[in-house]
Write a protein that binds this ligand. Structure first.
Ligand code: SAM
Length: 196
C-alpha cells in the first residue's frame, strides 16, 4: 500500500514497491525481540501472498527474507509479477488446502488489508504469525474498532523513518507513518509496542 497518491488514481492492483531497507529495519528489530520459534523441518516457512515484483523490480519481501535464509513462497494476482504463482487471488484460495505456512508476511493491497489479515490467520497454525505492513493509523477509526477487538495483535513495530514506495524517487517519502503489525494466532495478551 501507499498513501502517496491519495485523491488521485491508484496503481493497478494497488501495486507499490516496499523499500528493502524498511523490511531490513523490521527484521533487525523483530529478531531481537522475537519469542516465536520456527521449525524448518515443518515445510515451507514463509508465504508472501501479494509479493509484487515486475519487469523492473524484484519482489521486496522474498528478496530480503531469502537473504536471511528464510524459505519463501510467493503469490500475486498479477500475471506480470515475479511471484512463483502468478495470477493467484489470495482471497479466493481455500485456506485448508495450503501448506501450513508458519509466517505470512506482506504489504497487502490497502483496500483489502483486513480481509488479507483474516484470511492469512486461517492459513497459519496455532502460534503462527501474520505480519502486515500498513499505515500507522490502521489502528484508528470507528469502522475498524471491532476488528481490533477480535484480531490477535501481538506486536506493532512503528517505523520512525517514513518510507517512499516509488523506487525511482527514493527520497520522496510517503505522507504518513507506517508500521509492521504482527498477529499471532491464539495470542491473548496485550500487544507489545516497538518504535524502530
Ligand atoms: C502494495 S503492493 C505490494 C507489493 C509487494 N508486496 C511489496 O511489498 O513490494 C500489493 C500487491 O498485491 C497484489 N494483489 C492485489 N490484490 C491481490 C489479491 N487479491 N491476491 C494476491 N495479490 C494481490 C498486487 O498485484 C500488488 O503486487
Amino acid at each position: 500500500m501507499s498513501s502517496t497518491n491519495r485523491g488521485t488514481e491508484r496503481n493497478a492492483d494497488d501495486y507499490y514497491v516496499t523499500p528493502h531497507w524498511l523490511i531490513e529495519d523490521f527484521l533487525a528489530a523483530f529478531s531481537e525481540n522475537c519469542r516465536f520459534i520456527f521449525d524448518p523441518e515443518e515445510g515451507p516457512i514463509v508465504l508472501d501472498p501479494s509479493a509484487g515484483g515486475c519487469n523492473k523490480y524484484e519482489m521486496s519481501y522474498p528478496t530480503v527474507l531469502e537473504k536471511h535464509d528464510f524459505t519463501v513462497d510467493s503469490w500475486d494476482i498479477r500475471e506480470d509479477s515475479r511471484a512463483k504463482f502468478k495470477g493467484r487471488d489470495f482471497l479466493s484460495i481455500d485456506p485448508t488446502y495450503t501448506p501450513a505456512y508458519q509466517i505470512i508476511i506482506t504489504n497487502p493491497p490497502f483496500n483489502v488489508a483486513q480481509e488479507f489479515t483474516e484470511h492469512a490467520l486461517k492459513m497459519v497454525p496455532n502460534g503462527g504469525l501474520v505480519i502486515m505492513l500498513q499505515r500507522l493509523n490502521w489502528l484508528g477509526s470507528q469502522k475498524r474498532k471491532p476488528m481490533w477487538q477480535k484480531l490477535p495483535l501481538a506486536a506493532v513495530y512503528v517505523h520512525s523513518k517514513r518510507p517512499g514506495f516509488d523506487p525511482l524517487k527514493p527520497s520522496k517519502t510517503d505522507s504518513t507513518e507506517y508500521a509492521h503489525f504482527v498477529f499471532c494466532k491464539g495470542y491473548e495478551l496485550a500487544p507489545e509496542l516497538f518504535v524502530i
